[in-house]
Structures are given as structure tokens and as C-alpha cells.
Design a protein around this ligand. Structure first.
Ligand code: GRF
Length: 203
């Protein structure tokens, strides 16, 4: 574990889970830093030791940890390790920001109503992988991203916020994906703001 910013904060805490690039995590960190988001990132966890986002988080002075899924014999054992680590951090929200692991129902139920995920489609359309390819192949005129509460069923929990982009005639999965990603960052910040203001209002 790299622990560089462990002081306690009066603001609600976030644990951000990543698997790769971490651009959504960085957008959230920046929004916390500039005071747009009244929260602080207590911990960034990656299930991949080589995730680029870990370096970015460390450069920002965030506490990072790696729980390498390959070191665990089963999904249950990995989720137990994740659960134990999160119990120590006690975040208000667990933020899945490009975290490419399916969580077991047991894990999700233990953190019921506290896990948010960003998914690059207009849910309930196109759950799962390859969302941009699916949107193009289905002839969709609009694509986008959704932030939703995580429930045991994959990509099926209540949607907090969505953003839409047009699908262009010459779009490939890559060009569409880039256009959607550019909108995801503010979407995630806005969705977190909604969740935090609901918390303050006791809803
Ligand atoms: C995003 O497109 C997100 O919607 C999906 O995974 C991607 C993660 O990107 N779940 P990044 O790691 O935040 O840059």
C-alpha cells in the first residue's frame, strides 16, 4: 500500500476502484480538489498492479492499494479481501470507475446502496461489455453513459444520471467510445453530487 494522504477529513469519503487508465477517478479527484465535489478520496484500489491510474493517483498524493485478483483462487476470496480492506477505510461511497470485475452478490449485499458504477451505455440498453459496438450494430442514433447504484444483477441497478451523445454515420466503436468518455467525467461528478446531496437531506 502507498499511503501518502491519510489524514482524516470531515467530508464524506470515497473509495475509488479502478482497473486501468483511471481517467474517471482523476476527474473525481480533481473535482474534490477544486471543491466542486464535497467529498474526499480516502483510497484508490486497483485489482491490477499495472493499472496506469495507480500512478496518476499516487502523483496526486492519494492513498492507493492493490488487491490483485490473480492472487485469489476464487471470486469469493477476492471479494472477501476487498471487503476487508474497505471495512478498514469505511467509505461512504464505493465508486467503481472502470473497475472491470464482476462483484459477487454477497459483496454487493454487504455494501447495499453504497456502490456506484459508471457504465458506457444508456442503460437499460447494452449492459455488459462492448457497449459502443452494440450501439452501432443496433442502429442506435444515440449512445451515452449511465451512473447507477450497483445491485447484484449486472448493470441493472437504479440509474442516478445519464449523458447522451449522438451516434454519427461514420462512427466506429473507438470514435464513439472517445466521445462518450469525454462526457463521462462530468457525468460521474454530477451523479456523485446528487448522491451526496441526498445523503445530506437524509434520503
Ligand atoms: C469507462 O468508459 C467506463 O464507463 C467503463 O470503463 C471505462 C473506464 O475508463 N466502465 P477510465 O479508466 O476511467 O479512464
Amino acid at each position: 500500500m502507498v499511503e501518502t494522504n491519510a489524514e482524516s477529513s470531515p467530508l464524506p469519503s470515497l473509495a475509488v476502484l479502478i482497473s486501468g487508465r483511471g481517467s474517471n477517478m482523476m476527474a473525481i479527484a480533481d473535482a474534490c480538489e477544486r471543491g466542486e465535489l464535497p467529498a474526499h478520496i480516502a483510497l484508490v484500489i486497483s485489482n491490477r498492479p499495472d493499472a496506469k491510474g495507480l500512478e496518476h493517483a499516487q502523483d496526486k498524493g492519494l492513498t492507493t492499494d492493490v488487491i490483485d485478483h490473480k492472487a485469489y483462487a476464487s471470486r469469493q476470496l477476492f471479494d472477501q479481501a476487498l471487503h476487508d480492506r474497505l471495512c478498514k477505510a469505511q467509505p461512504r461511497w464505493i465508486v467503481l470507475a472502470g473497475f472491470m470485475r464482476i462483484l459477487t452478490p454477497e459483496f454487493v449485499n454487504q455494501w447495499e446502496g453504497k456502490i456506484l458504477n459508471i457504465h458506457p451505455s444508456l442503460l437499460p440498453k447494452h449492459p455488459g461489455l462492448d457497449t459502443h459496438k452494440k450501439a452501432i450494430e443496433s442502429g442506435d442514433t444515440e449512445a451515452g453513459a449511465s451512473v447507477h447504484i450497483v445491485t447484484p444483477e449486472l448493470d441493472a441497478g437504479p440509474v442516478i444520471a445519464q449523458v447522451r451523445v449522438p451516434v454519427l454515420n461514420d462512427d466506429t466503436a473507438e470514435t464513439l467510445g472517445k466521445r462518450v468518455l469525454a462526457k463521462e467525467h462530468q457525468l460521474f461528478i454530477d451523479a456523485l453530487k446528487i448522491c451526496l446531496s441526498r445523503d445530506s437531506a437524509g434520503r
